[in-house]
Structures are given as C-alpha cells and as structure tokens.
Write a protein that binds this ligand. Sequence first.
Ligand SMILES: [Zn+2]
Ligand SMILES: [Zn+2]
Ligand SMILES: [Zn+2]
Length: 93
Amino acid sequence: MSQQCEHAKQVRDVQPHTPAGCEECLETGGWWVHLRLCLTCGHVGCCDSSPGKHATKHFHGSHHPLVRSYETGEDWAWCYADRVMLEPAPRLE
Ligand SMILES: [Zn+2]
Ligand SMILES: [Zn+2]
Ligand SMILES: [Zn+2]
C-alpha cells in the first residue's frame, strides 16, 4: 500500500550541501551511521541511529518535512510531518 503525502509534490531538485557527510558532524568532528538528504534545501544530516540525530534536528529547526535516504542503493523518503514512508522516494515531475 503506497500512502502519499502532500509534501511529496513540493520536492525540488536539491543539491546536497555537503556530499561528503552530515553537515553538523563534519563541522564538529562527529560520526554518523546513515545519512538523510533534506528534499527542501539539500541539508545532509545523520539518522536517528547516529549520536547527533541531525536530520531530525534539522526538521525541528527548519520544518522541512521530507528527507530521503542518502545511502547508495536505498530509494525511500520519510515525511516527518505526516510520519509516512514514501517508497520509492518522490521524483520530480
Ligand atoms: Zn508529508
Ligand atoms: Zn550529524
Ligand atoms: Zn532542509
């Protein structure tokens, strides 16, 4: 069952700010488990299994609702606002 969210329609062609890893962790010398890419602004943050949880913190600070997995071979997105998994990740029309 594929449940959609309104935010998927606002997906833009974002460029990752920090292709090498989590923006905050790279600054502070932290480490991460998995990476998430904000589909509103291109922020790269780490997942909730990482000490920093910067993807979630980015949502709380910015209210950008959608992130997609920034891991090779993974094609899904998560909407924080609707708490819904979108698989495959939304594409540009
Ligand atoms: Zn949504
Ligand atoms: Zn981080
Ligand atoms: Zn963002």
